[in-house]
Design a protein around this ligand. Structure first.
Ligand SMILES: Nc1nc2c(c(=O)[nH]1)N[C@H]1C(S)=C(S)[C@@H](COP(=O)(O)O)O[C@H]1N2
Ligand SMILES: [Mo]
Length: 374
């Protein structure tokens, strides 16, 4: 008697000024791992090194599971497709950099209490599947369609609201070609790993991670805007808790460095030797192609342009950049700053919001340059 689901959830909150990461955040951080930053070297992230974020439990989907994807709602011919049916449609493979909207959250002051990402919630994979627009065309979308709602097989509670994980896209995005949304069954040429959505997930190139619904079981076309939890409560940019807020959509630009030299185990501080230190990293934006990366080796006082690898015709994937640095003994703080073709660039002051979304403040990498001792 008197028990309520809401009692298992705590409300969204900000950490107190000196409050460290709590057990609740640690529990999330051990489930949801980031990209080890040295893996920024790979064009395509090897499986297992790609970041993972799952709100609830990873559904158990053994190989012999008879999975069905339904395409329903405001359509003329509802579809119920198994994996073989899906593979009968034209297949597309797209290289996509995925980033969690909460990347950078734990670096904010005050810190929104949630999955405590530093900067490593990113990865790049080759996703293979059917363009969503072909499935919707096969089903015949009604003229009054507004949104397309995607439902995953995972179920949980969040701030007292019991739910299946659900997100929507406006109909024009769902049926568009730039980006072309995929219903993907393969990652880097192999069936999706359990943690990345086996057997099916949505891929929305250029959009933050929350849009890429994993364990996808239903695509429903609606004639009214979708107002589910993950759409209208979560993933909104708000300064105050009561605000409606702007929805989080496409990825803002970010550059990261491959950590130079070698690390200290606990502090992760980097040590390099005097002389030529080649710096390299990746840069991406879901808004427009990255056109410029600038590097600072003096804590942001001066900036010089890095060499960006030429456009390889993969607009939704990160690009490699490199920069020649000659280091003398001393302490440094390195940064890289990406700018895209629409002029979006990374802020030098934290872009704070209550949910801790889209924090693309430039990265700071402390480095000690020291000759070999002994
Ligand atoms: N069904 C379902 N889809 C989901 C999620 C989830 O919890 N459930 N998490 C989303 C979030 S917030 C992110 S950042 C990405 C992470 O994708 P990845 O784990 O494959 O990197 O999946 C998205 N899709
Ligand atoms: Mo996310």
């Amino acid at each position: 008697m008197g028990h309520r689901l809401a009692d298992t959830s705590s409300p969204a909150r900000l950490a107190a000024p000196d409050e460290g990461i709590g057990r609740d955040e640690l529990a999330l951080a051990t489930r949801n791992h980031g990209l080890p930053l040295e893996a920024l070297r790979y064009d395509v992230t090897p499986p297992g090194l790609h970041y993972v974020l799952t709100h609830y439990d990873i559904p158990y989907v053994p190989d012999d599971t008879a999975w069905r994807l339904s395409v329903t709602g405001r359509v003329q011919r509802p579809l119920h497709l198994d994996l073989a049916d899906l593979k009968g449609f034209p297949q597309v493979t797209t290289r996509v950099t995925l980033e969690c909207a909460g990347n950078g959250r734990a670096l904010l002051t005050p810190r929104p209490v949630s999955q405590p990402w530093l900067v490593e919630a990113v990865g790049t994979a080759e996703w293979t599947g059917v363009p969503l627009r072909l499935l919707l065309a096969a089903a015949g979308v009604d003229a009054d369609a507004v949104d397309v709602v995607f439902t995953g097989a995972d179920h949980g509670v969040e701030r007292g609201v019991e739910q299946d994980y659900q997100r929507s896209l406006p109909i024009d995005v769902a049926t568009g070609t730039e980006p072309e949304v995929l219903v993907a069954h393969a990652m880097n040429g192999a069936p999706l790993p359990p943690q990345h959505g086996r057997p099916l997930r949505l891929i929305v190139p250029g959009w933050y991670g929350m849009a890429h619904v994993k364990w996808l079981r239903e695509v429903a076309v609606t004639d009214a805007p979708f107002t589910g939890f993950q759409q209208s409560v979560a993933y909104r940019l708000r300064q105050e808790s009561g605000e409606e807020g702007e929805p989080v959509t496409r990825i803002v630009p970010r550059a990261l460095l491959v950590p130079p030299g070698f690390p200290d185990f606990m502090s992760r501080a980097r040590v390099v030797r005097p002389g030529t230190v080649p710096l390299e990293g990746r840069a991406w934006s879901g808004r427009a192609p990255v056109t410029r990366v600038d590097v600072s080796t003096d804590a942001g006082r001066t900036w010089r342009e890095a060499e960006l690898e030429p456009d390889d015709g993969r607009p939704w994937a990160w690009r490699r950049w490199h920069f020649g640095w000659t280091a003398a003994e001393g302490e440094y703080e390195l940064s890289a700053r990406a700018t895209d073709a629409e002029g979006h660039t990374q802020p030098l002051q934290q872009p704070w919001n209550r949910g801790g979304f889209a924090n693309n403040l430039v990265q700071r990498v402390p480095v000690l340059c020291l000759a070999k001792e002994g």
